[in-house]
Design a protein around this ligand. Structure first.
Ligand code: DGT
Ligand code: CA
Ligand code: CA
Ligand code: ZN
Length: 585
């Protein structure tokens, strides 16, 4: 049964494929689907229960879109979408991720050069054919070449950005958990470890009736093609070309199975060695006592298998959270009792990168955004709409002052939550910031971030960031590199120099929880943690539906071994406000 989230995913796929089909992201149809998606999100109702007549009363949903939604809810598919999928297979769609390769260019590449995938595009570039196309030259050819290299798009081992895989896995796991035959279910593999790109999705289900689970999976509306159909395992491809493995295990073996399929492989190998040292055997079925060598096979006693916690405990280890399981020292640290006390969602007291419709790209009002933060139980919140330099999205000094008054009025209704009037400052190509220094100093809190000039040299980018960090009006640096995972490479910087500057000026490094960003990346977070750089985990929400990103930011920080004490938005209000330069209120 389709949910509202499935409908939104269907519309977003229609946006992508229709843009390719029309050769423009601005076409009337593309914008209609886009508008409908946003309208449905804002509406908040379960659209799968609405009639065509009710759907069109939602402002932004037209008749044609409404009938596609009805078709999808009733049949599980949309004929128009199925046709587009045939015309634009996943390997071709992948090309649209490359910066500089818009729908118009793609149409040309296909019609003039017969390019169908990344491999063929690389060949065309090698043969200097791109520069012969209208509107393209040697410069754009070189730019596209560099982008392909830096995105790691090789064509052979295609990996999917986490932003495309995680929501899909969450929807599937929710569907599986809703079945009466399911005892428990979760996604495992690289996705659970919070890798930035995903080879395939591994889902493990605990159930005593695997046939019911497999029947459900094989008929699921996300299935485009079945790869393996067994008694306890189904592998299928989605329309986007992503492989999903679903395995069913007995509930008493669920912990052993999720541990095995979560990996990483290297982490599993380290644990298996530890088991052997203790005369035990660890596999996907359990931790087995092998000390009595007169016993064989199933006769050997199972020490632990139902939960991961029991298995780690039986190996004399504290529980190791999944984002740490990369065999980068976590098994030794666990054994020595030196794992950090990691930041968790329950520690978070506020969000400090947060937009309202004061920003051109913000989609919920101050009232709505503040209420949503209050519903999270936050003690403080910084509203950081864009500064004036960000074209279209930014606000003038005058507008910002009005905004401050507005925020003050809304704050009166929430006496238990401190509202900070903040700003997301734009770091220009040379490290300059919006407004003048006196005006910037008025803000209660600022996050400074990069939104342009992605192609400068490492030296220029590093200087630019350090200039912003050194500015006395800057509290934190937002989405450090500006990357979109798998789509746009971030700026290239000297990480050590930037980290040293963050320490010297006591500026916090953001871990941005938006799935397409996850910026700073976990390996950068780990470097920063080693130097005790202060961190801040934010959602960068532009709409009330985006506050859940906090969890993704947390997992990314955990993957970087971030301890609670370094995360400034885990601090109590007085401590945080005093660090941010305010007397406690
Ligand atoms: P991916 O899919 O490439 O993003 O990365 P993973 O880590 O999800 O790898 P995948 O899907 O091949 O396998 C899922 C997990 O299953 C992996 O993290 C560990 C476990 N696994 C797979 N093959 C082996 C193996 O040969 N030995 C051990 N010890 N574990 C394995
Ligand atoms: Ca996998
Ligand atoms: Ca797999
Ligand atoms: Zn922002």
């Amino acid at each position: 049964m389709a949910t509202t989230r499935d409908v939104l995913a269907m519309l977003s796929e229609l946006v992508t494929l229709t843009a390719l089909d029309e050769g423009s992201p601005q076409s009337f149809k593309v914008r209609a689907y886009e508008k409908a998606g946003l309208a449905i999100q804002s509406d908040g109702r379960d659209v799968t229960t609405l009639t065509q007549g009710q759907l069109v009363t939602i402002d932004g949903v037209g008749k044609a879109t409404a009938s596609k939604i009805i078709e999808f809810v009733e049949t599980g598919s949309v004929e128009k979408l199925d046709k587009l999928r045939v015309l634009y297979p996943p390997a071709f769609v992948e090309l649209s991720r490359i910066p500089g390769v818009g729908p118009k260019t793609l149409k040309l590449l296909r019609s003039q050069l017969g390019v169908e995938n990344v491999e063929q595009l690389r060949d065309a570039i090698a043969d200097e054919k791109l520069r012969t196309l209208p509107g393209l030259g040697a410069t754009s050819e070189a730019k596209i070449h560099k982008a392909i290299e830096r995105l790691g798009l090789t064509g052979k081992d295609r990996r999917t950005p986490i932003a495309d895989a995680l929501p899909l896995a969450e929807r599937l796991v929710d569907d599986l958990r809703a079945l009466p035959e399911t005892t428990d279910a979760r996604y495992c593999g690289s996705l659970r470890r919070m890798s930035e790109t995903i080879g395939d999705i591994d889902i493990t289900v605990a159930s005593t009736t695997p046939e019911a689970i497999m029947a459900f999976v094989t008929s699921h509306h996300e299935v485009a093609d079945i790869v393996v159909s067994g008694a306890t395992k189904t592998s299928f491809l989605t329309a986007g070309g992503l492989q999903i493995d679903v395995r069913v295990v007995a509930p008493e073996q669920y912990g052993a199975a999720t541990m095995y399929f979560t990996g990483s492989k290297a982490h599993n190998i380290a644990l298996r060695q530890r088991a052997i040292d203790r005369q035990m055997l660890l596999n996907e079925y359990g931790l087995i006592d092998t000390s009595n060598d007169t016993l064989e096979g199933d006769d050997r006693p199972v020490i632990a298998s139902r939960t991961e916690e029991e298995i780690y405990a039986a190996l004399d280890l504290p529980y190791v959270p999944a984002p740490l399981r990369e065999a980068t020292g976590e098994v030794d640290a666990a054994a020595d009792g030196t794992l950090p006390e990691l930041i968790t969602r329950s520690h978070i007291r506020g969000d400090l990168h947060y937009h309202t419709d004061r920003s051109g790209d913000g989609r919920s009002s101050v009232e709505e955004m503040v209420k949503a933060a209050h519903d999270q139980g936050y003690d403080y919140l910084a509203i950081t709409d864009h500064g004036v330099d960000l074209a279209i999205n930014g606000s003038t000094a005058e507008e910002m002052l009005e905004h401050r008054d507005h925020i003050g009025e809304v704050a009166a209704a929430y006496p238990d939550m401190t509202l900070l009037w903040g700003c997301e400052l734009n770091i220009d190509g040379k490290g300059g910031l919006d407004y003048d220094a006196d005006f910037r100093a008025l803000f209660d809190y600022t996050v400074a971030s990069v939104h342009s000039h992605y192609d400068q040299s490492v030296v220029e980018q590093t200087d630019r960031l350090i200039a912003a960090i050194a500015d006395p009006t800057v509290n934190s640096i937002g989405h450090l590199t500006g990357r979109y995972i798998g789509r746009r490479p971030g700026i290239e910087i000297d990480y050590d120099a930037v980290i040293d500057a963050l320490v010297a000026y006591d500026v916090a490094l953001e871990v941005n929880g938006a799935l397409q960003r996850l910026d700073a990346a976990s390996d950068v977070v780990r470097k920063a943690v080693a130097k005790s750089v202060k961190l801040v985990i934010n959602t960068d929400s532009h709409h009330t539906s985006e506050l859940g990103r906090m969890e993704y930011g947390i997992r990314t920080a955990q993957r970087g071994w971030a301890p609670k004490e370094l995360v400034v938005n885990s601090w109590d209000k007085a401590t945080f406000l005093s660090w941010a330069g305010h007397a406690a209120s």
